[in-house]
Design a protein around this ligand. Structure first.
Ligand SMILES: [Fe+2]
Length: 368
């Protein structure tokens, strides 16, 4: 039987040749369980925008490797808690908003904004019960630019040490990301492994074939559309086509004229993507989480600069939705191929799909 170290060396050597990970890594529930433990609970997970945490009592909620979390602005600043009541483990806070206390909706156990249990009905009649024994458990939080992250690994390095260089790249697009306003947030689900979906995100080799609208707006030629891996994040930078600016595209696309001339698509390890399209100031975020091995669940946030025309914003959202639906058809088909398990390995192109291979190496190193 192969030792763990040998398996890692073999897989990395395969990836260097363009050979993918085996199909079982995309279909085996045991691999997903390891990913939740060793990837999602070790890295930073994006929870939501700092602009929703301006005032004391403002809170947002999310998940870190399936652990419910709440990030609260209290008297001391931002604080992260495991959003699970110490009583029966019901989630305490829902969605986002502003609260004076954190009260569980199941039996009304009530915590203050620092997570201390202040009241538990009928507990005064309970022998050997002290509220001080049951505070909400803390979890690490950090911010990068306008974004708030949480990690279940208390030794996790700062978010800036992972992704800090990204901020300058985004600023180069012509976008002031601090001025953006949250437009909408919605949850979604798809029928493919989370890695299948992100490996599709990480290359534009398929764009000319599968995204006629996108390829009409953005120059997807290999020599102008740049893919760069930066260890813990990766960036794709493209440019708007002149024909799109002149309204001469062969297929109908949104109006791409505006101060943002670049297209940028970033993956922040392991599962946050940030998209900027040419046009007026815009940015969207997706978070991709495993929902078992063969499905992914996530959420999307849309941001626009102040004063961006509502109709234009809706056109861009529709454009992005069309690309997303085209990608869903592709990744669901890939997942059916992976479930069959034959062929066991795929062959990626090392000059067009190197961000996928880099991503797969990070997975191997995290799991082996
Ligand atoms: Fe795509």
């Amino acid at each position: 039987m192969q030792q763990v170290g040998e398996k890692e060396i073999d897989l990395i050597a395969g990836l260097d040749r363009g050979q993918s990970l085996p199909s079982s890594w995309y279909t085996d529930a045991a691999i997903t369980a390891q990913e939740i433990e060793k990837v999602f609970r070790k890295a930073w997970q994006y929870i939501g925008p700092a602009q929703q945490l301006k005032n004391i009592g403002d809170y947002i909620t999310g998940y870190v490797g399936e652990i419910p979390v709440v990030v609260m602005r209290n008297q001391d600043g931002l604080a992260g808690f495991i959003n699970v009541c110490r009583h029966r483990r019901h989630e305490v806070m829902k969605g986002c908003g502003n609260a004076k206390i954190m009260q569980c909706g199941y039996h009304a156990w009530t915590y203050d904004l620092k997570g201390c249990l202040k009241a538990a009905p009928r507990a005064d009649r309970e022998p050997d019960f002290s509220t001080s024994d049951y505070p909400l458990m803390p979890i690490k939080v950090d911010t990068l630019g306008p974004w708030v992250f949480a990690s279940a690994d208390e030794n996790c390095m700062s978010a800036a040490s992972y992704y800090g260089d990204l901020l300058g790249i985004i600023a180069d697009s012509g976008l002031d990301f601090n001025a953006l306003e949250l437009w909408s947030r919605e949850e979604w689900a798809s029928d493919a492994n989370w890695k299948t979906m992100l490996e599709n995100y990480l290359e534009c080799y398929h764009c000319a074939v599968a995204h006629p609208g996108f390829a009409a707006a953005i120059d997807v030629d290999q020599d102008s559309y740049k893919l760069t891996s930066h260890q813990w994040f990766s960036s794709q930078v493209g440019h708007v086509r002149q024909s799109a600016l002149e309204g001469k595209s062969k297929v109908k696309i949104y109006d791409a004229g505006g101060e943002v001339r670049q297209a940028q698509y970033h993956l922040l390890w392991p599962n946050m993507t940030i998209n900027i399209n040419p046009g007026f100031p815009n940015l969207s975020i997706d978070v991709w989480m495993p929902n078992g091995p063969n499905q992914t669940k996530g959420f999307s946030e849309q941001y626009f600069g102040p004063g961006v025309d509502k109709k234009w914003a809706e056109e861009l959202i529709a454009f992005n939705r069309e690309v997303g639906e085209e990608d869903d058809v592709l990744t669901s088909s890939v997942q059916r191929g992976l479930i069959g398990g034959v062929p066991d390995f795929g062959r990626f192109l090392t000059n067009s799909e190197h961000l996928c291979l880099h991503f797969q190496k990070l997975i191997v190193k995290a799991l082996c």
